[in-house]
Design a protein around this ligand. Structure first.
Ligand code: PEP
Ligand code: MN
Length: 264
């Protein structure tokens, strides 16, 4: 069960020896929005690792608003990620959009991300509950905390306790930022549940200039980790370039974040 009443201790999700949750360490996941090919992901993986990140992200199946936008490289992208993992030793995080890809993801991906748009894809949640893989469950674009936790419950009710929550901003009237980052969910989630929570300041803001401030605030508020979009040529990125940090700024952010993590 998701409720802390049934499980007072913090859940720690172990990803190939890296622990998400508990108080030990802020886990930082970095990488491009989309995998664009072997050379791109291998290059960025190396930079992200040198910056001090713990894991690599990259989308191979992309839930795009327009059907004419780049839809991701699919299985080839997953293979590119797996190669980058071999080269750097970093576990890989990628988004799964449908039940028919479960076997592929279980075999090749370390953390299966459920995107905001699929938070209430109940068939997908039930199927993920039958695996034992770590699941990164993003909050839906317009979903309440209760709805989000019930989605986590679907995965756990199926028998999979390895759920990591991810706040990625919600829809509000404000148009200046892509979404509105709801930082208050961090202490609320900590009170209501034993599950780890990480913050995605990239999709929450849509603007790389806001990513560092929101990341540091999230750590100060008690987040267990961050997932951040990083690209070495953001102006040429195939998706979400405007919110992607260059590796150098990503490194600076991690250094500052580790300092704050030590005092909270
Ligand atoms: C992503 O991580 O690239 C993504 C599509 O995120 P979200 O589901 O939060 O929009
Ligand atoms: Mn993205």
């Amino acid at each position: 069960k998701v409720n802390r009443l049934f499980h007072p201790e913090d859940t720690i999700v172990d990803v190939n020896g890296i622990k998400i949750g508990g108080k030990e360490k802020i886990v930082v996941i970095g990488g491009p929005c989309s995998v664009e090919g072997q050379e791109q992901i291998s290059r960025i993986a190396k930079e992200v690792k040198e910056a001090g990140a713990d894991m690599l992200r990259g989308g191979a199946y992309k839930p795009r608003t327009s059907p004419y936008a780049f839809q991701g490289l699919g299985f080839a992208g997953i293979m590119n990620l797996e190669q980058a993992k071999k080269e750097t030793g970093m576990p890989i995080v990628s988004e799964i959009m449908s039940v028919d890809k479960i076997d592929e993801f279980v075999e090749h991906v370390d953390i299966l991300q459920v995107g905001a748009r699929n938070m209430q894809n109940f068939d997908l949640l039930k199927a993920l509950g039958k695996t034992n893989k770590p699941i990164l469950l993003k909050r839906g674009l317009s979903n309440t905390i209760e709805e989000w936790l019930m989605s986590a419950e679907y995965i756990m009710a199926g028998g999979n306790p390895n759920v990591i929550l991810c706040e990625r901003g919600i829809r509000t009237f404000e148009k200046y930022t892509r979404n509105t980052l709801d930082l208050s969910v961090i202490p609320i989630i900590k009170k209501k549940t034993h599950l780890p929570i990480i913050i995605d300041p990239s999709h929450a803001t849509g603007d790389w200039e806001l990513v560092e401030a929101m990341s540091l605030a999230a750590i100060a508020a008690g987040a267990d980790g961050l997932i951040i979009e990083v690209h070495d040529h953001p102006e040429c990125a195939w998706s979400d370039g405007a919110q992607s940090l260059k590796p150098k700024r990503f490194k600076e952010l991690i250094e500052k974040g580790r300092v704050i993590a030590n005092v909270v």
